[in-house]
Design a protein around this ligand. Structure first.
Ligand SMILES: *Cc1c(COP(=O)(O)O)cnc(C)c1O
Length: 384
């Protein structure tokens, strides 16, 4: 062989029996088949073997299998982010003429997709009260094809009665999807509570260090798997094996991080609830959070993100000063990493609720909790 040909011959020369403790990073688009008859283009790689890197590599499928095992799913798809997971679910379950329901506490970009892409595709997505429970039955129409739950909701943290919503939905043959990002896929057992499709942003707790973007879509059974798979293939939701490798590493420390985050977050939330300038703390483990009793019934723990509302006599500009005066808390979106974050939602309103720029969301990180409380204390004292 000419040396130029040798350069391009990918056949391995080294021994291939290295048994690493960690999952290797497999890069690759093309899969080589043993003969022409073996050539396939098939998203069902977990069952039928590899056909193309777009549908997963051993690295991403290992991550998928681990998430499926932790969540108790039939199968899990790894996608480029939580928002891509939301898109996959909408596009798999809705078509022109469908009706879907989404809680008004849902993640903002989910509602933006409902109003934008889905409306453009002639899918009507109707917002509903996250605390509706079994009364959702009255909103289900003959063309309803999907009900979203997100519990607790984004920013306002309402805990939903998912089993009641599932019962009403299944009575009319409607599928239920859950955004289970808050619970990291572990503090709330989506499938034990009847959900058909559960997604999470691995970007948050599984990644855990603010350095990757990935999402998962987990199917309860083969009906959900068969619905999602073809759309997953058509959308071409490829993921980076490097990001998957980081997520696999994140899984190894997820339990210890969640443990510390839960305890620190509860301590900060309780401290805040004793501050005279604070009106209401929206942490699902506290009675002041809407749906707290349901959290107690259905969840095995809480995580690191919660909100609080300043007392009514505080002005919006003072809240912005409070955020700007924080020193350890960084100002930023997203959460689930090692750093504490704070952000105010100046324009957030919910039906019958205008927060008038007084709602602040915190993400608690792994800093010493007393330093975090001291930081909040100094920023609060500058408000008066
Ligand atoms: C962050 C987030 C998402 C989106 O995840 P990305 O990976 O940032 O696209 C979806 N749902 C919830 C509840 C989130 O907090």
């Amino acid at each position: 062989m000419d040396w130029r040909t040798k350069l391009l011959n990918p056949a391995p020369r080294a021994r291939q029996d290295y048994q690493s403790l960690v999952t290797p990073v497999y890069r690759g688009s093309t899969v080589v088949f043993s003969d022409q008859n073996a050539v396939t283009d098939d998203w069902r790689q977990a069952e039928n073997g590899y056909s193309y890197g777009l549908y997963g590599t051993p690295t991403s499928l290992e991550l998928a299998a681990r998430i499926a095992s932790i969540e108790g799913a039939k199968e899990t798809f790894i996608v480029p982010g939580g928002q891509a997971a939301i898109a996959l679910i909408y596009l798999a379950y809705c078509q022109a003429g469908s009706h879907a329901l989404v809680p008004f506490s849902a993640y903002g970009p989910n509602k933006a997709m409902a109003e934008g892409l889905m409306r453009g595709l002639h899918v009507e997505v109707e917002p509903y009260d996250p605390l509706i429970g079994a009364d959702i039955a009255a909103l289900i129409r003959s063309n309803t094809s999907l009900i979203w739950c997100e519990s607790p909701g984004s920013v306002t943290m309402e805990v939903q009665d998912v089993p009641a919503i599932v019962a009403a939905a299944h009575a009319k043959g409607v599928a239920v999807a859950l955004d289970n990002t808050y619970a990291a896929g572990v503090m709330f057992d989506a499938f034990a509570h009847g959900v058909d499709v559960s997604m999470q942003a691995l970007t948050k707790y599984v990644g855990g260090h603010s350095d990757l973007l990935l999402g998962t879509v987990s199917a309860r059974d083969s009906a959900a798997y068969d619905k999602l798979g073809p759309i997953y293939q058509q959308l071409g939701l490829a993921v980076s094996p490097d990001d998957c490798s980081l997520a696999l590493r994140g899984l190894q420390t997820l339990a210890v991080r969640l443990d510390v985050l839960e305890q620190s977050t509860l301590k900060v939330a309780k401290w805040l609830s004793d501050q005279p300038l604070v009106g209401r703390v929206l942490h699902p483990a506290m009675a002041s959070c809407p749906g707290h009793e349901i959290w107690t019934r259905d969840f095995t723990g809480s995580t690191s993100v919660f909100s609080f509302v300043f007392d009514e006599h505080i002005r919006a500009e003072q809240v912005i000063d409070f955020i700007n005066n924080l020193e350890i808390f960084r100002i930023g979106m997203s959460w689930g990493g090692v750093n504490s974050l704070a952000v105010v939602y100046p324009d957030l309103i919910r039906p019958n609720q205008d927060f008038a720029g007084r709602i602040v969301r915190l993400n608690i990180g792994l800093e010493a909790v007393d330093d975090l409380i001291a930081d909040l204390d100094q920023a609060l004292s500058k408000m008066v």
